[in-house]
Write a protein that binds this ligand. Structure first.
Ligand code: CA2
Length: 146
């Protein structure tokens, strides 16, 4: 059976398209999900968002058991959550840390990701259009492993 890829989105990303379009653009999360579904082809996609650290950790555990690969935009938890970092450390497949904005071009508080050190790759600054690019990269990594 073809294992799915998981895309997990962290706090406040359900508000995309509604505020701060100069940083995050005007695309909504529902539109991003639809673009991601078009980009995954035959492989099943699990696409979720939560404002809860606990729920995200549970989903990372679920992905560790079920997923062929994982893309995560941990949003603010990128910089604060050792618990999410620890959960991601246990993920056995390819893992992409994803950000809509270029976090390194922003204020210093956005520079120190706890996730980058446990990710296979990091993609930031390509806007919402970056999600399908991350999928394409992840599918390539999965194919090279399987
Ligand atoms: O650029 C990204 O994707 C971020 O992960 C977004 C996070 C931020 O903490 C990271 O540094 C970079 C913030 C998400 C906030 O989402 C909003 C959605 C709509 C309007 C305002 C914020």
């Amino acid at each position: 059976m073809t294992r799915p890829i998981y895309i997990l989105n962290g706090p406040n990303l359900n508000r995309l398209g509604l505020r701060e379009p100069e940083i995050y653009g005007t695309t909504t999360l529902a539109e991003i999900e639809s673009a991601c579904r078009n980009a995954t082809g035959d492989r099943p996609l699990v696409f979720r968002q939560s404002n809860s650290e606990t729920e995200l950790i549970e989903w990372i555990h679920e992905a560790s058991d079920e997923a062929a690969g994982l893309i995560i935009n941990p949003a603010a938890f990128t910089f604060t959550s050792m618990a999410i970092m620890d959960a991601l450390k246990m993920f056995p497949g390819p893992l992409i840390e994803f950000h809509i904005s270029n976090i390194h071009r922003r204020e210093p508080m956005y520079h120190n990701s706890l996730v980058s050190g446990v990710a296979t790759a990091v993609l930031a600054g390509l806007g919402a259009e970056g999600y399908p690019l991350a999928i394409s990269a992840l599918l390539g990594m999965i194919e090279r492993r399987e």
